[in-house]
Write a new protein. Structure first.
Length: 322
């Protein structure tokens, strides 16, 4: 008989926290229904006593148990999910980013008259192959098709070990019409519509440089699922991606079904593996092809095992025999 795979330590901790939450909820429910039964049999003193006790259990035990379970889910889902791709993970529930920092990125039309609506909810910092990746969940005041709008989403930032292009912007259709975006990027970044396309619901803007076929394929994989709601900015080594209506974490499951490893490891940003593949050009490394890294240290950070060519002077014929 095939044995079930052993649950990981993060999953066991989450299951234990959920079990305590269920026990606390059951206790509060039992006291409440006991109070209802007391009123039904005209034992009003017992009924009111059980009502008071159920409220105390709800406030002092059940609600803290629910909060503890959700907190445990956040920590362990980051550890099990994002930890698969990062050596270090750090979740900050009180993230900070100045509105001027976002405005300078020029990702999409920013409403400077509504800066007070700019809000950062949480910040996730990852260390992937000694490179910092920061995912910030925020609300941005924007002007979409000339109208004021509050745009919720996630901003992903990192410095790559390579620079495949000098300047590139990919803007999804949900951020405005092509005419408005063209005027925005021309004014702020001096970029013009590119002659190539990545996704049918996205517009590419560039400084005239064109990516190679492998880069186009990697960008297609990043934008395949949510291209309409995504803005991708590439400036040399600097990569910034904003995904509309995205969240860092998946919500804690409150149903009665058993928790699974797959559910715990599910990423709030499922594009992360494709982003890291692009940033480190790992597809090229797996294929055994050369990647344009600036120095040997960058090769090490990208996971390349750099081998010096073998010296073959010992195998050459002496000149007098040639």
């Amino acid at each position: 008989m095939k044995q079930k795979p052993k649950a990981s330590e993060p999953l066991r901790r989450v299951r234990f926290a959920k079990g305590l939450m269920r026990l606390a909820q059951a206790a509060a429910a039992a006291l409440f229904f006991g109070a209802v039964y007391g009123f039904y049999i005209s034992e009003y003193r017992v009924g009111w006593s059980l009502i008071a006790l159920s409220v105390l259990v709800l406030v002092l035990i059940t609600l803290p148990a629910v909060h503890a379970y959700r907190s445990q889910w956040k920590r362990r889902s980051v550890e099990a999910g994002y930890g698969t791709y990062a050596e270090q993970t750090e979740l900050d529930e009180r993230g900070h980013m100045a509105s001027e920092q976002f405005e300078l990125l020029c990702l999409f039309p920013f409403d400077v008259n509504a800066v007070h609506d700019f809000d950062v909810r949480r910040d996730l910092r990852l260390t992937c192959r000694d490179r910092a990746v920061r995912i910030t969940e925020l609300t941005v005041p924007a002007r979409i098709r000339g109208l004021e709008a509050l745009v919720d989403g996630c901003l992903i930032r990192m410095d790559m070990p390579r620079a495949p292009l000098s300047r590139l912007m990919l803007a999804g259709a949900s951020f405005g019409s092509p005419d408005i975006l063209t005027a925005w990027y021309r004014k702020n970044l001096r970029l013009l519509p590119a002659m190539y396309s990545i996704q049918k619901n996205m517009q590419a803007y560039s400084d005239g440089s064109e990516p190679d076929g492998r880069t186009l394929t990697q960008l297609y994989r990043i934008t395949e699922k949510r291209g309409k709601d995504m803005v991708l900015s590439l400036a040399g080594r600097e990569l910034n991606i904003f995904i509309r209506n995205a969240e860092v974490l998946t919500p804690a499951p409150m149903g009665v079904k058993n928790l699974t490893e797959e559910r715990l490891r599910r990423l709030g940003i499922p594009e992360l593996p494709a982003i890291l593949d692009f940033a480190f050009d790992t597809e090229a490394l797996r294929a055994g092809s050369d990647a344009p890294f600036d120095e040997e240290e960058d090769r090490k950070q990208a996971g390349i095992q750099y081998v010096q060519p073998e010296e073959d002077e010992d195998f050459r014929r002496p000149e007098e025999h040639i």
